[in-house]
Write a protein that binds this ligand. Sequence first.
Ligand code: F6R
Length: 365
Amino acid sequence: SLGGYDHYMLKEIFEQPESIRNAMRGRLDDQDATAVFGGLNLTPQQLRSVERIILTGCGTSWHSALVGEYLIEGLARIPVSVEYASELRYRNPPIENNTLVFGITQSGETADTLAALRETKRKGHRTLAICNVVASSIAQAADGGVYLHAGPEIGVASTKAYTSQCCVLAMLALYFGRTRHLSFEGGQRLIEELRRLPTAVQQALTCDEQVRDVAKKYCDATNVLYLGRQYNFPTALEGALKLKEISYIHAEGYPAAEMKHGPIALVDEKTPSVFIVPRGTTHDKVMANMEEVKARGGPIIAVASHDDPHIEAIADDVIRVPQVQEFLQPIVTVVPLQLLSYHIALLRGCDVDKPRNLAKSVTVE
Ligand code: F6R
């Protein structure tokens, strides 16, 4: 049931502190400063011998794969490639031995993701699923996997499944890191940050009312750009996809610095840009990218950290999110973007939970 919310999408956005808590429940191991997973079905030797990881999925799940690439390469130093499942299944790429393939999927029924996993498994590679729906086709087809435990996601636009996927990938990065160079203290620090996450997401949700005002200002736009770098580049893609899906506004996500290689030509006073610019290593670079857009008269919405005093001087609207370590930022920064698309869609009279032309799971090619 809707539990007092107007739509499933809104309910599921607000469930995220809890769904993230559920993704972590029983999986953080203080004793060994690592993460534990019941269903990987791989021996420690097999896991230790992994030399390469492929993350594959579709749509929003593909975006979480991109976050996973930054996480696993950054924290565990294992080379990762991210593949659209629809491309992977026919591309026949050479895959080295000791490659582990993860299919990421909320429903566990996406035809392309299932086919990509089956094809790589047939060739003898180990396949695992990161999946929400228990005993779904992909969960059964894989050699093992990790459930999200996010609870049913009914709104067609994926929200809580995405943040849970990112959270599981962060725990996998911790786990793989601890089988390699990541120290006990390093593992402890990551666990501490993970434990803070549900509260941070709870705080991020308090921006809802302010996001509603921002939505009023921009709901008539016909094009919106979403820009972020590093861990927040996938957030830009996901923010743009959410807006396209449920409000039917054309939106594009880019790594912020790619702007000047083409998309900046789109900027005018009617084309807002959403910058995801929390504190972190690329903060100042993204600020410089913001200046470039401002100089061309483009309205700017910034998703920024609480303690960032300089942002108001450039951005027309600032949505504040709590500061978390960079590797967890995508889970926090996506929250206002989910809400922004929700409120804009409402203002435009769109059917938020059942957007046109879309189905909750895509079981055809
Ligand atoms: C976006 C959305 C779709 C799905 C995609 C994959 O909001 O819902 O892009 O993410 O169809 O679905 P799953 O994760 O079920 O494989």
